[in-house]
Design a protein around this ligand. Structure first.
Ligand SMILES: [Zn+2]
Length: 302
């Protein structure tokens, strides 16, 4: 009888710990992880694989992530081949049926996004363009962030239905804050409507479209191909003719080429993080835009 009671007690303790366990989420990149945290708050444990200080196309994905993926209840992938060089092997090795394509524990965030810059299939891609499915940097449009947050909420509600209302309330709260901020950001950038800028990589296309900036060129001749002297020699006169005011780069880029280009065109060089925690003080998705928009405005006014 004693043994039976003990087993019964153990069973209750075990059930209780499962019932109150947090949902384990692995996100491929930190800005997607930050959205999962906004929706799940204290009911989720979020881990992002890419470091906010590295190029999301070329992530040093340590084997330690295999164990994390094995225990994950949910995997969120940006998609459009952003992670093609580093995520598929980790997922394969993790052998976790809960996070496979088609399961409630798998979310391809790009599924709900309207992609920009889908390449013409007749174009030669032998040069190694890293955007073969279109531009994967869609999280830099806050309205795409809203779409992804909604999808995360829907999927979390399936995995953890008991807390569904909690996730939905968090989504409403996040969306309200984001929309209020969006109109503030649009007002701040309105005086610079149509401003011509050059970026290092095609990272800021969605951002520029949302905020009416005009990306007229990139330091890379093609996404993922390093700047060449020939390309830079053609880019500088074009920028001078077009009156380009800003060169925008991410924190993980080399500085020599952008500094050279800026000094030969009179454009200001601005360094903008593209992921949450990419720079000190940028601790959530809204703070990422707050920081970047203030940087642009102060560079242009300074
Ligand atoms: Zn890219």
């Amino acid at each position: 009888m004693k043994i039976k009671l003990c087993l019964c007690t153990l069973a209750i303790i075990s059930w209780a710990s499962v019932a109150h366990a947090k949902v384990n989420i692995v996100a491929s990149t930190p800005e997607i992880g930050a959205l999962a945290q906004e929706i799940g708050k204290d009911k989720v444990e979020v881990l992002s694989i890419a470091k906010p200080t590295e190029d999301p196309h070329f992530v040093d994905a340590k084997p330690g992530f295999i164990v994390k993926l094995n225990k994950a209840d949910m995997l969120i992938e940006a998609g459009m081949q952003l992670e093609i060089g580093w995520l598929p092997n980790l997922v394969l090795s993790a052998r976790n049926p809960r996070i496979l394509v088609g399961k409630a524990g798998y979310l391809l965030a790009s599924n709900a996004i309207s992609p920009l810059e889908i390449p013409d299939p007749s174009m030669d891609r032998s040069m190694g363009d890293v955007h073969p499915m279109g531009n994967p940097h869609y999280m830099l449009d806050p309205l795409n962030g809203k779409i992804v947050a909604t999808r995360i909420c829907e999927q979390l509600c399936q995995i953890d239905a008991a807390n569904g209302n909690y996730y939905k309330e968090n989504l409403v709260d996040f969306t309200k804050r984001l929309e209020t901020k969006l109109s503030e950001w649009q007002k701040m950038l309105e005086p610079f409507r149509g401003l011509k800028v050059v970026s290092y990589h095609k990272t800021f296309s969605y951002f520029a479209k949302r905020f009416n900036l005009n990306v007229v060129g990139t330091l890379e001749p093609k996404p993922g191909i390093p700047p060449s002297p020939t390309h830079i020699n053609n880019l500088i006169p074009m920028m001078n003719n077009e009156g380009v005011k800003l060169v925008i780069i991410e924190p993980f880029r080399e500085r020599k080429t952008p500094e050279f280009v800026a000094s030969h065109t009179g454009a200001k060089l601005v360094i903008l993080p593209i992921m949450v925690w990419g720079i000190k003080g940028v601790d959530d998705y809204i703070a990422l835009f707050d920081y970047n928009i203030h940087q642009i405005v102060s560079a242009l006014r300074g």
